[in-house]
Ligand binder design. Structure first.
Ligand code: MRU
Length: 371
């Protein structure tokens, strides 16, 4: 089995003309890379979750901005800027909830506008490539830093700890290491025994099974004692006393600490509160959207009904014509959160003040996924 940490989630081709993605819809059975270069193919890859996880789609968005800008043949700067904006809006429409996509596109657009006057168009394109690479490399550093803070919590709990996670916020969801799974990778670097010192429980994560297919694959391929459970087994496992801590990722955090993550996360948080289990959210500061007062303002992506009624089954498993509810994310209220682990440290309530003390501010937006 491939060690998931050795797999590139997203990268640019050697000639810088294409985006190369590990097609996550095929994991864990097949490790296949796809090369894409058109706006339509990039949109499709993000929408279909061939690349997914907030930071990974942020990196993809940044590279998409660059390669699509690079393809523009105009020598007119205003036309170039207008086309960049159109392309950015189109790519951003692929998935609205994860702020990292709009964050990365906004950052690229801002760099483009900032260099347009003083640079030639070939120079602007080169500058865009540098910015996209910077976003990618920063993401690796940020994930490692979140992992180090998370590992301190594991150390406090002691070796042999049981960790529960929901969805996949691992290496596959970022440029490398992940957020919610990063503490376990850091623990292994510190010599923790993967079989004895860490026990990871992955919620299966209906309907797209990111927990069963991706988190379980990542943790098991790192040699860690790993379990998959259906989402409705989380309460049973928490009650059994096996879980010392919960780490989840997030797609967007509001200024008050409410956060959106994969559907089912809020249920995990509610159960954790009931059993008194610490519940931590792992969030790169780029995921914290200080322009939103509360989670009520986060736009929730609604997806196709077939994901619930047909996908993964040999035959359709719900009556034809039945209504289907399929929100991709839910919002967990900040009252249920023990702490938010960022690359700058662990924020605790009151979250807005904690974020401000970390220097996290609202960022300028050209595109967004607000309600
Ligand atoms: O729909 P997905 O698979 O993109 O959802 C992913 C999640 O909800 C992750 O927890 C989140 O993006 C954080 S990834 C570090």
């Amino acid at each position: 089995m491939n060690n998931a940490l050795s797999l590139d989630t997203v990268r640019l081709s050697d000639d810088g003309k294409e985006i190369i993605l590990l097609d996550q819809t095929l994991l864990p059975n097949e490790c296949k890379y796809i090369s894409i270069k058109t706006a339509g193919d990039i949109w499709e890859a993000i929408y279909m979750l061939r690349v997914r996880g907030a930071p990974a789609i942020g990196c993809t968005g940044a590279y998409a901005y660059f390669i699509l800008a690079d393809q523009l043949e105009t020598e007119d700067k205003q036309e170039f800027a207008g086309k960049c904006r159109e392309q950015m809006e189109y790519i951003n429409s692929s998935r609205p909830t994860a702020v990292n996509l709009s964050w990365a596109l906004n950052r690229m657009h801002s760099v483009m506008l900032g260099s347009l006057e003083s640079m030639s168009l070939p120079q602007v394109k080169k500058r865009l490539r540098e910015e996209a690479d910077a976003i990618y490399h920063e993401d690796i550093e940020i994930s490692r830093s979140i992992g180090a803070y998370g590992f301190e919590l594991l150390e406090q709990l002691g070796k042999g700890v049981g960790i529960m996670t929901h969805c996949n916020a691992g290496s596959l969801a970022t440029a490398k290491y992940g957020t919610a799974l990063a503490p376990m990778y850091i623990a292994l670097e510190h010599g923790w025994d993967p079989k004895k010192d860490l026990h990871v429980y992955c919620d299966e994560t209906r309907p797209l099974l990111q927990g069963a297919r991706l988190s379980a694959f990542e943790m098991q391929s790192a040699g860690i004692d790993t379990y998959v459970q259906c989402d409705n087994m989380a309460s049973y496992t928490m009650k059994s006393g096996k879980i010392g801590i919960i780490f989840v990722g997030c797609d967007r955090v509001a200024a008050n600490g409410d956060f959106a993550n994969k559907i089912g996360t809020s249920g995990v948080a509610i159960i954790a509160k009931h059993y008194g289990i610490p519940f931590y959210v792992c969030a790169p500061s780029s995921t914290i959207d200080m322009t939103l007062e509360s989670g009520d303002e986060i736009r929730i992506e609604q997806r196709k009904p077939e994901e619930v009624t047909e996908m993964w089954y040999e035959k359709r498993m719900a009556p034809e014509g039945v209504g289907v509810v399929n929100p991709a994310f839910d919002v967990t209220e900040h009252e249920l959160v023990t702490g938010i682990i960022t690359e700058k440290g662990i924020a605790r309530a009151p979250f807005k003040e904690a974020f401000e003390a970390m220097g996290i501010r609202p960022v300028e937006k050209f595109v967004d996924g607000k309600v």
